[in-house]
Design a binder for this molecule. Structure first.
Ligand code: PMP
Length: 466
């Protein structure tokens, strides 16, 4: 008998949820008082909730449902694989066909000599793998003191102890602390922190903080640098054009391994298969997850270059792995997802159709009185809300107050658009059509209009002093 009863009334589901379901990144008491929104179904870019609302998912779930909801091919592959071989591990000198085929496919898609895939169950796990991998690399090379990894403030690399430590989010560090051997430098967030500098000068300056940090720590102590090609959870921060070339130059100069966290930017999000291609980055390791399976199954991994794989591989057993590394059902589903993306030209659709169409309409939102800047790369975009465009001012109210109010209007208008502080962000399924982009923009503008009125009426349209 099916144990999932979707016919319970919403209030009943919410009550059970509040009683037994401990949500991630959620104020438990606050949610219990309000009741969680219950999502029942998805089709393409659309979600249906338990109240019958048809919601446009402007976030592709959590940046992951790249091919959209409801693809029956993926369900069929999962069912077939479960019947054939639902599970087997990849420890102890064994393997299976889905893991082999998926690793080979990823190596084919990844640029350069990124030819080796270490599988994990998520992006956080993959970044924990990366910490161990780069430290092990330097151990085998006879430089075990090279173990510090440099990352950025306001970067996001997951919420395990390793991933959360690599990330530069102080509230996460505050809940449980950090692991040792991680250092942070400033982020290339020109809108919020660039002052009077040009974006290009600011990007260069922030990249050069890497060199200063390397010299401060001692180059012989630094194992790697990690960064997202575009910071996602930090508010879709698209770096100035000068940033990544300078980071690359500095990593090369000091022989430091470069890890591109492509958990969001991988698999088409920026209009290429990988964000590293969009920004001209040549990483030694890429972190992947999310779009790899379009979120239909939990799977992540690290794509490792020949040299790092050879060095770590020459050091005897690598004491690391997960029960679900290369899980056959997840691998088979990911493979089918990649087949669909290739056969249907999903990356080309982003590059040639959806990005150009959305870019124009998104940029036009900058004429709204509440919007200071509207930026987009591929299909990830941000809007900076501000009480004073010319000064790129922040609001006097606590950061996030205004963003939350606009987010609430989006919810009310059946559009999922997230807020990060006082920035609004989108990352819709990559298969979104021009007609659906029209709906997204129409609902976003309506929500901004309504939000603007509320913010004005509540006296919140005030710039922070200084
Ligand atoms: N890295 C990046 C860049 C991410 O955006 C995320 C998730 N938002 C992660 C890592 C962590 O992935 P997961 O939630 O699958 O552990």
């Amino acid at each position: 008998m099916n144990m999932i009863n979707t016919n319970l009334p919403t209030a009943e589901l919410q009550k059970l949820d509040a009683a037994h379901h401990f949500h991630p990144f959620t104020d438990k008491a606050g949610l219990a008082a309000k009741g969680a929104r219950v999502i029942l179904r998805g089709e393409g870019v659309w979600l249906t909730d338990s109240e019958g609302h048809r919601i446009l998912d402007g976030m592709a779930g959590l940046w992951c449902v790249n091919i959209g909801y409801g693809r029956k091919e993926l369900a069929a592959v999962a069912a077939r694989q479960m019947e054939e071989l639902p599970y087997y591990n990849t420890f102890f000198q064994t393997t299976h066909v889905p893991a082999i085929a998926l690793a080979a496919k990823i190596a084919e898609l990844a640029p350069g000599d990124l030819n080796h895939v270490f599988f994990a169950g998520s992006g956080s796990e993959a970044n924990d793998t990366n910490i161990r991998l780069v430290r092990r690399y330097w151990q085998v090379k006879g430089q075990p003191e090279r173990r510090t990894i440099i990352a950025r403030w306001n970067g996001y690399h997951g919420s395990t102890m390793g991933g959360g430590s690599l990330g530069g989010m102080k509230p996460i560090h505050a809940h449980g602390g950090m692991i040792d051997g991680i250092a942070h430098i400033g982020q290339p967030h020109w809108w919020a922190e660039g002052g009077d500098m040009t974006p290009e000068d600011f990007g260069l300056m922030r990249a050069q903080e890497l060199e200063a940090k390397i010299l401060e720590l001692g180059a012989d102590k630094v194992a790697a640098f990690i960064g997202e090609p575009v910071q996602g959870a930090g508010g879709v921060v698209i770096p100035p054009s000068t940033y990544w070339p300078e980071i690359q130059r500095i990593c090369n100069k000091y022989g430091i391994l470069l890890i591109a966290d492509e958990v969001i930017t991988g698999f088409g999000r920026t209009g290429n298969w990988f964000g590293s291609q969009t920004f001209g980055i040549k990483p030694h390791i890429m972190t992947i997850a999310k779009g790899l399976s379009s979120g239909y199954q939990p799977i992540g991994g690290s794509i490792v270059c020949d040299e790092v794989a050879e060095v770590v591989g020459s050091g005897g057993e690598f004491f690391h792995g997960y029960t679900y590394s290369g899980h056959p059902v997840a691998a088979a589903v990911a493979l089918e997802n990649l087949r669909i993306m290739q056969d249907e030209g999903v990356v080309e659709h982003v590059r040639d159709v959806a990005n150009p169409y959305l870019a124009e309409r998104w940029a036009a939102l900058a004429d709204h009185p509440l919007v200071g800047e509207a930026k987009l790369v591929g299909l990830m975009g941000s809007i900076a809300l501000t009480p004073d465009k010319a000064k790129r001012a922040q609001f006097a109210s606590e950061e996030g107050t205004v963003g939350f109010k606009v987010r609430e209007r989006c919810f009310a208008n059946d559009l999922i658009m997230r807020h990060v502080g006082d920035r609004m962000i989108i990352s819709p399924p990559l298969v979104i059509t021009p007609a659906e982009i029209d709906v997204l923009i129409e609902r976003a503008r309506k929500s901004l209009d309504e939000g603007y009125k509320i913010i004005k009426d509540e006296g919140l349209l005030v710039a922070k002093a200084g």
